[in-house]
Design a protein around this ligand. Structure first.
Ligand code: ATP
Ligand code: MG
Length: 184
């Protein structure tokens, strides 16, 4: 593709990256960026916004990448069972405040908002507040937003958007349960 005129390849710019869509690979693509960044001695902060999504495999691998990768999963997370929307909102708020502080701290070169699209889609958290935070982020920090149903406004603001499209999924077609190393 032709380079847009005026583009300066030497300029470092923090990108807003969105991984969305109904196919598999949104979270793992985000983790791939974390691995790549950590190998470059960049500091990465990951906030996992949804309970039950944080798989043991990546948790253990990220522990080995300390101190370059730091992650937090909101422990008392989203309680589907109790169906307590107020608690979900409070947890989303708490998670967001932590991630926002990390983003603005200047200590990290990449911040990953894992499953944030889900949180925004279900309005656990006001989207405008999230977008405003991205507008005010330090110029050089890369931000990754993952999850289905990315909003039009976030897509508009982003520099890099990828939609994972489901062609086949072992669970959907064959009822094959989650496999170690693939799903967790
Ligand atoms: P991964 O974490 O493997 O990168 P993902 O982040 O794209 O997947 P999520 O939407 O977070 O996927 O879904 C969580 C789980 O649901 C994952 O274990 C994933 O394999 C599974 N999954 C993803 N897409 C589908 C699908 N189309 N049908 C059934 N299960 C799916
Ligand atoms: Mg995911």
């Amino acid at each position: 593709m032709k380079k847009p005129s005026g583009a300066d390849p030497r300029k470092r710019k923090g990108l807003i990256i969105v991984n969305t869509g109904d196919g598999k690979g949104k979270s793992t693509a985000s983790f791939g960026l974390a691995i790549r960044a950590a190998g470059n001695k960049m500091n990465v902060f990951i906030m996992q916004f949804m309970k039950g999504q944080w798989k043991a495999g990546e948790r253990k691998s990220f522990e080995k990448l300390a101190p370059h990768v730091e992650f937090v999963a909101m422990g008392d997370g989203f309680t589907w069972d109790t169906n307590n929307i107020e608690q979900d909102k409070a947890t989303a708020r708490k998670a967001f405040e932590i991630a926002k502080e990390k983003l603005l701290s200047g200590k990290y070169q990449m911040v990953i908002f894992e499953e944030i699209n889900y949180v925004l889609h279900y309005k656990f958290f006001p989207e405008e507040e999230f977008l405003e935070t991205l507008r005010n982020k330090p110029e050089s920090v890369h931000v990754v937003c993952s999850g289905r149903n990315a909003s039009d406004k976030l897509i508009e603001m982003a520099d890099l958007v990828t939609e994972m499209k489901m062609i086949k999924h072992p669970f959907k077609e064959q009822g094959i349960p989650a496999q170690k190393g693939i799903e967790f």
